[in-house]
Design a protein around this ligand. Structure first.
Ligand code: GLU
Length: 448
């Protein structure tokens, strides 16, 4: 990240003033502003059009009450959100997050990042994000269904295949998308497949979507390794989290000859020096919705460390795939000290600004989430294509499309970083190239 340009400093103060109590949103904006100084020097017309000011203000933000009843008949009230950030490149597109930590700041940071990420994919999709402070963990299927039905009873009026296309994120997988789609179909009396992505394979979903964020992350890392004349072969990797992104990151790393020795959940992490048994983790997480601590019961050679930082495990490659700000300055220092040379983010904004600086100063190759984890949303756009043409592609073809998209994103970031005088800095490459694409479209569409 470059020091923030003088003019942008004032603007950043204004962002803080107008969006009080939203630290995650401030952090995401600052990270992008840090890359934009040289862009404004090269494209003064963007300043005239106030493109940065416009891009930082969501086009529309919706907050709503979500009342629902648990199995005992007790009434609960949650809060629902949908932030429609930018539609210059296409309908708003981005996931729904159901987690107790969700608030307006979190949804705005995610929607902001999504706008640049989606631009980087090269697909015709704008940026948005939504969710609720409801956590499906610990609830029965029936309770989750009632919550989803209530959530969609408000959300349906704001979305549509040409308007806004939600998908999954933390806490929203195939089960939740099913209940949401069912309620949308019921209320609108339309089988509008393209209104949601991440659907089940029997009812409009696309092959590879489930695997796409993790696989895409590994394809991106493969390009980062190639750029330094290396490969996954024989490398040790640490992957935080054990949700959808982590599981399919581990799967693809293993397929490419790397060894994943640790993964985690919010309770702690497992360390298995012979390599994680992925099928066992899938059983625990995908089938039983259990805790990662259960792994050590069936795998006696593995260690379970409750609490503790997974980033203290020595590795060649670190892939943070859990959640925002999970890797701080202390963790980055520990990784660097233990010889880690490559980091790419499967989660959104998992590394704190301090952590990112430590990686850059130490010469670690660092792939930011908005580039490295864009495979998920890119494959959502492929699902939309299949829905629009009433078609279904094979796994092999779709995976190849995903791989090509990730190679393209890496190339764009790499070349842009070079063009703007910071070779090897993927943060600048991603921010600048995503920003320019959205900015050009916004100027072309007039003052809207
Ligand atoms: N939630 C994912 C992301 O952060 C995917 C969004 C989508 O597929 O629309 O990019």
């Amino acid at each position: 990240m470059l020091p923030v340009d003088e003019k942008l400093k004032d603007f950043y103060q204004e962002i803080i003033r107008r969006n009080q109590g939203e630290p995650e949103f401030h952090q995401a904006v600052l990270e992008v502003l840090g890359s934009l100084g040289p862009v404004l020097a090269k494209h003064p017309e963007l300043r005239e059009h106030k493109v940065i000011e416009r891009i930082c203000e969501p086009e529309r933000q919706v907050m709503f009450r979500v009342p629902w009843q648990d199995d005992k008949g007790t009434v609960w009230i949650n809060r629902g959100f949908r932030v429609q950030f930018n539609s210059a490149l296409g309908p708003y597109k981005g996931g729904l997050r159901f987690h107790s930590s969700v608030n307006l700041s979190v949804i705005k940071f995610l929607g902001f990042e999504q706008t640049f990420k989606n631009a980087l994919t090269g697909m015709p999709i704008g940026g948005g994000k939504g969710g609720s402070d409801f956590d499906p963990k610990g609830h029965t299927d029936n309770e989750v269904m009632r919550f989803c039905q209530s959530f969609m009873t408000e959300l349906y009026r704001h979305i549509g295949e040409y308007k806004d296309v939600p998908a999954g994120d933390i806490g929203v997988g195939a089960r939740e998308i099913g209940f949401l789609f069912g309620q949308y179909k019921r209320i609108t009396n339309r089988y509008e497949s393209g209104v949601l992505t991440g659907k089940g394979l029997d009812w409009g979903g696309a092959l590879v979507r489930k695997e796409a964020t993790g696989y895409g992350l590994v394809f991106f890392m493969q390009e980062m390794l190639k750029a330094r004349g290396q490969s996954f072969e024989g490398k040790t990797c640490v992957v935080s989290g054990s949700g959808n992104v982590s599981l399919y990151t581990i799967e693809k790393v293993q397929q490419l000859g790397g060894k994943v020795i640790a993964c985690s959940d919010s309770g702690g992490y497992i360390y298995d020096e012979n390599g994680i048994d992925l099928e066992c983790v899938k059983q625990i997480k995908e089938v039983r919705r259990g805790r990662i601590s259960e792994y050590s019961k069936s795998q006696p050679r593995c260690k379970y460390i409750a609490g503790g930082s997974i980033w203290d495990v020595p590795c060649d490659i670190a892939l943070p795939c859990a959640t925002q700000n999970e890797l701080n300055g202390r963790d980055a220092t520990s990784l660097v000290k233990n010889g880690c040379k490559f980091v790419a983010e499967g989660a959104n904004m998992p590394t704190t600004p301090e952590g990112t600086k430590i990686f850059h100063d130490a010469g670690v190759a660092f792939g930011p989430g908005k580039a490295a984890n864009a495979g998920g949303v890119a494959t959502s756009a492929l699902e939309m294509q299949q829905n629009a043409s009433r078609d279904a592609w094979t796994f092999e073809y779709t995976e190849q499309r995903l791989a090509d998209i990730m190679v393209g994103i890496h190339q764009r970031c790499y070349e842009t970083a070079e063009e703007f005088g910071t070779p090897g800095n993927y943060v600048n490459g991603a921010n600048i190239s995503g920003f320019i694409k959205v900015a050009r479209a916004m100027v072309a569409l007039g003052l809207i």
